[in-house]
Design a binder for this molecule. Structure first.
Ligand code: FAD
Length: 543
């Protein structure tokens, strides 16, 4: 038999030890194992011109989350006798240099379905094959291999959840092997090995104190959160997504495992199996699409649709996307982005996005509908960009898919069903606690008022104790969703004059939503008449 040789595992997503087929394969018959992560300028180059601090694609919250994932991975590798070797630079250049210098015979990395990874991986594979290096690139980010499902469906991705489920069947189980030690890292040569840098060292400027997400990155944290969530057996069994309360923020109504799934700190197959184990221990449980397993299937549904659709991330040239004459009113987009629409429910959610990088699904529904077909009629791609930057769980397939869904551009077409920016949130949170927390201007009072939030993060629940020095009078709950209707005396007493301290509504919802529905009707008719083949000229006619 051949003597053991050198292997390299290239971490990108999949930042975990458990259920990691690439890692599992990399250690077999291996003399030295080089575990690397490349800080890719495509995602991480600082961008000082962007609307929020961070890189050219990501806000600070997500970069911070990723660095925490890397620190945790390094520490787990350390416990197994290895470490993470961190590099900075163009992935192809870095990788090919290392493969040559370290005499690597086996290269392992998780398969990436996104166009960016598809391009990159093609280049890597062709280099490896010319150099006689074995490549192992398993699909392990999703429950299923999107390519299999597309093939089963005759070459096109299924466009409805039900047809997806029928085709999908059961996912393969996670790996059961436990790794007890790793092959040693070989001689790395002259490289000055980077440890995982801090966010400051990455050079994004020093306005970092503005950013604040209560969620910490890493596999350890992911498994802890998972365990906590699964501990509530009844909660898991009775989970019904549409019944969740989007205004709950001290203890969110869902698992908040999305950022961990995004970076692959948590294996979706392992999560799926744990849920099945809970289901076995209860008398009855909810089912897809509303159950927790159903949520994981939504994730795979969007991954499959994205993998099988060219130009999935844009309206033009995307065969599943309705062509709609969206406007590009920048001042309205900026008001939405910065939480200044004058609708407290919308603005509070946008502030939660900026500060936490995470919001409940129905909160995302509210703001995405408001920006697009509900009120402002702004292009879904613009909203997608804002989410892509600020979400800690920002995920190419899921984000684009859901923006098309919410804007009635694809998957969902009932454009007459519009979320009210007033009554929808009120149903869950009549006292406006959520609003008062994220929009303190609507909470309080005099110039000397001081409010101090002490935040204690306890695994999945976040306790926020508000210490208030002077509490005069809050904006009364009758007006909290529509503060512009409060009499001036009430506004004065609350020290919040609408139009001065907090904006007037940027549009009148009743008028704007009617106008939007009309435009959607016209656009749909045009799409039908032209069989989806609608060009820029046709859309001009509707503007
Ligand atoms: P849970 O309800 O606990 O669900 C468990 C897991 O299932 C989630 O972590 C997620 O991986 C998956 N999941 C749940 N809902 C969906 C869904 N509708 N589509 C696909 N997968 C789902 N989710 C992202 O992970 N990244 C995004 O970039 C993203 N962008 C979105 C944009 C818009 C406009 C909307 C409306 C939704 C978006 N979502 C996105 C989907 C969803 O809102 C989040 O996945 C969910 O809120 C995450 O919270 P959770 O982990 O507590 O969810």
């Amino acid at each position: 038999p051949m003597p053991p040789s050198n292997s390299l595992i290239w971490f990108r997503k999949g930042l975990r030890i458990h259920d990691n087929p690439a890692l599992d394969h990399a250690i077999k018959h291996t003399k030295h194992l080089f575990p690397i992560f490349i800080l890719d300028p495509h995602y991480l180059a600082p961008d000082l011109t962007a609307f929020s601090p961070g890189s050219n694609r990501s806000g600070l919250n997500r970069i911070q989350f990723m660095l925490e994932c890397l620190v945790d991975l390094d520490s787990s590798l350390g416990k197994l006798g290895s470490r993470l070797l961190v590099f900075n630079g163009d992935p192809i250049q870095v990788l090919t240099r290392l493969l040559k210098e370290w005499d690597v015979k086996k290269l392992c990395f998780e398969y990436g379905t996104e166009p960016y990874y598809q391009d990159l991986d093609k280049q890597v594979k062709s280099f490896a094959s010319a150099a006689g290096i074995d490549v192992f690139s398993p699909v392990s980010h999703t429950l299923f291999n999107p390519a299999d499902i597309i093939q089963k469906n005759g070459g096109r991705p299924p466009m409805s959840y039900q047809s997806f489920i029928k085709l999908a069947g059961n996912p393969s189980p996670p790996l059961t092997t436990t790794i007890s030690s790793l092959p040693p890292v070989g001689n790395v040569g002259d490289y000055e090995m980077l440890r995982v840098p801090t966010i400051k060292e990455l050079g994004y400027g020093d306005n970092t104190q503005e950013e604040f997400s209560p969620f910490r990155g890493g596999e350890s944290e992911a498994l802890k959160r998972l365990k906590e969530a699964l501990g509530g057996k009844e909660w898991v069994a009775n989970f019904e997504k549409p019944k969740g309360d989007p205004s709950m923020f001290l203890k969110p109504a869902t698992t908040v495992l999305s950022p961990y799934l995004k970076f692959g700190c948590l294996s979706s197959r392992y999560f799926y199996q744990c849920l099945q184990d809970v289901y076995k221990r209860v008398k009855k449980h909810t089912l897809p699409p509303v159950s927790l397993v159903g949520q994981l299937l939504w994730r795979d549904f969007f991954y499959t649709a994205a993998f099988g659709t060219s130009n999935f991330d844009q309206m033009k040239g995307n065969r599943i996307c309705k062509q709609i004459p969206w406007n590009d009113k920048d001042e309205l987009l900026v008001a939405w982005r910065e939480g200044r629409t004058g609708y407290p429910w919308i603005d509070a959610i946008m502030v939660q996005l900026q500060k936490w990088g995470w919001m409940h699904h129905l909160a995302r529904h509210s703001v995405a509908c408001f920006l697009t077909r509900g009120d402002l009629f702004i292009h879904w791609e613009k909203g997608r960009d804002v989410f892509e930057r600020l979400l800690i769980d920002s995920d190419w397939a899921i984000n684009n898919g859901n923006w098309m869904w919410l804007s009635c551009s694809s998957f969902f077409y009932q454009y007459n069903r519009v979320y009210s920016p007033i009554s929808f949130g009120k149903k869950y949170d009549p006292n406006g606690k959520f609003i008062r927390h994220f929009l303190p201007v609507l909470k309080a009072t005099t110039a000397t008022f001081q409010n101090l939030d002490i935040v204690i993060v306890l695994y999945s629940s976040i306790m926020i104790i508000s210490v208030t020095k002077y509490q005069l009078s809050d904006m009364p709950k009758e007006y909290i969703y529509e503060p512009w209707t409060a009499p001036l005396t009430v506004q004065t007493k609350a020290n919040c004059i609408i139009g001065k301290d907090y904006p007037k509504p940027v549009v009148d919802h009743n008028i704007a939503s009617k106008e939007c529905k009309k435009k959607m009707g016209e656009a749909y008719a045009l799409n039908r008449a032209n069989n989806g083949l609608v060009g820029e000229e046709d859309l001009k006619g509707l503007r």
